[in-house]
Design a protein around this ligand. Structure first.
Ligand code: SAH
Ligand code: SF4
Length: 392
């Protein structure tokens, strides 16, 4: 094994851990059971509220314990391999996660920050690659390398907050906490990066638990949206156990077309998917389900389809999000012409849905929906290497 990975592997980062995982980490360095809950609360504050990067600044943790913590653990972040800033302010980070075990090479994923006038949205990934093969999606051309752990999902938000100076409890040298003003750059999270979040449900749910905890990162579950291509059996659990907003990648109004665009539709056809939406725990007119619809020239963009879409969603508390197709090298699809998108959007608008077209952001840095993929060829080569090593 190369020296660097042996070195990285010697200490575990506590970053992204749930309270239960932190409790185990403390027990492993012999913190007495009666102290654990209190120590977890302290660590939680410093890691997730204040955004500390080492144990030295944890002023209310005894020095001896800080020393023991730093012998075994770190608060290391994923490495930022590349940062790109778009002319519209969108930022894209390519991050390399620390290896999770001796065989892991350190997953590379992309994460995008989109500032708008009334919010800042972070688009996070749930997997490296995707097992599904939606034909219009760049990520779908990249085979799955692996699921991300809940720690790696949380780490994406922490890195974004680091980069944006977005922790409210900033530390000034020697004088402790300066209270934040409560305003946050990252106010919303969407699981619309790489991967199918409902194929990595347990980790996504645990990450949401950490992200939404009011004592730490404190992002309300109503400001977290999980987008799925339609993994019907997991939708109810998402509502019950994660309590987030739901987005459905619909893209077609009849099964024949959806089977080709989103092949998972063969397993869970539109009728089943919409029933799961009607049953989604917590959905209401105040908490609508978002239906994403990618505009593909000559494929799904006719006025008849716009009307069919409106009919299909009639009794569901829905928002409609029309996404201009973002092309990528080698794709056979084209984005619908602007007049066609407008015509489609007018029909949807006249049926009572406000501003349905999503403005593409960060196009100049390939940061838009469906364009994320961490250098496919490199990852493929890597995946092959892992397989080759496995078979030795
Ligand atoms: N796997 C999940 C979440 C990630 S994809 C899902 O499919 O919902 C996030 C959104 O981007 C989905 O609605 C997806 O269909 C859409 N998308 C994928 N490729 C796209 C592209 N090239 N142009 C526009 N939208 C795309
Ligand atoms: Fe996977 Fe979503 Fe892309 Fe489909 S659209 S291949 S589910 S990431």
């Amino acid at each position: 094994m190369p020296e660097t990975s042996a070195h990285t592997f010697a200490k575990t980062s506590l970053l992204g851990m749930t309270r239960a995982e932190l409790a185990d980490a403390l027990a492993a360095i012999d913190v007495p059971p009666r102290e654990i809950k209190m120590r977890v609360a302290q660590l939680w504050h410093w890691i997730y509220f204040a955004g500390l990067r080492d144990f030295d600044g944890m002023l209310n943790v005894a020095k001896a314990l800080r020393a023991r913590l730093s012998e075994k653990y770190t608060l290391a972040r994923p490495e930022i391999v590349n940062e790109q800033i778009s002319s519209d302010g969108t930022r894209k980070w390519l991050m390399r996660m620390p290896p999770v075990d001796a065989r892991d090479k350190g997953a590379e994923i992309e994460c995008v920050y989109i500032p708008e006038h009334d919010r800042g949205t972070l688009c996070v990934s749930s997997q490296v690659g995707c097992t599904l093969t939606c034909t219009f999606c760049h990520t779908g051309t990249q085979r799955l390398v692996r699921n991300l752990t809940s720690r790696e999902i949380v780490a994406q938000l922490v890195v974004a907050r680091d980069q944006l100076g977005d922790f409210p409890g900033l530390i000034a040298p020697d004088n402790g906490l300066i209270p934040g003003d409560g305003g946050r750059m990252v106010s919303n999270i969407v699981f619309m990066g790489m991967g199918e979040p409902l194929y990595n449900f347990a980790h996504v749910r645990d990450a949401i638990g950490v992200i939404s905890d009011g004592e730490g990162l404190s992002l309300s579950r109503r400001r977290i949206t999980v987008s799925t291509s339609g993994v019907v059996p997991e939708i109810e659990a998402l509502g019950n156990e994660a309590g987030t907003m739901l987005a459905i990648s619909l893209h077609a109004t009849h099964d024949e077309l959806r089977n080709t665009l989103v092949p998972l539709n063969k397993k869970y056809p539109i009728a089943q998917l919409l029933q799961a939406c009607r049953d989604y725990p917590g959905a209401s007119n105040a908490r609508r389900i978002t239906f994403e619809y990618v505009m593909l020239k000559g494929i799904n963009d006719s006025p008849a389809e716009a009307r069919a879409l409106v009919r299909l969603l009639k009794h569901i508390p829905a928002k409609i999000n029309l996404i201009p197709f973002n092309p990528w090298p080698g794709t056979a699809y084209e984005c619908s012409d602007w007049e066609v998108i407008e015509r489609f959007s007018d029909i949807v608008f006249n049926a009572g849905y406000a501003s349905p077209v999503r403005t593409p952001r960060g196009r100049d840095i390939l940061a838009a929906c469906g364009q994320l993929k961490s250098e496919t060829e490199k990852l493929r080569a890597r995946a092959r290497m892992v397989v080759a090593e496995d078979s030795v």
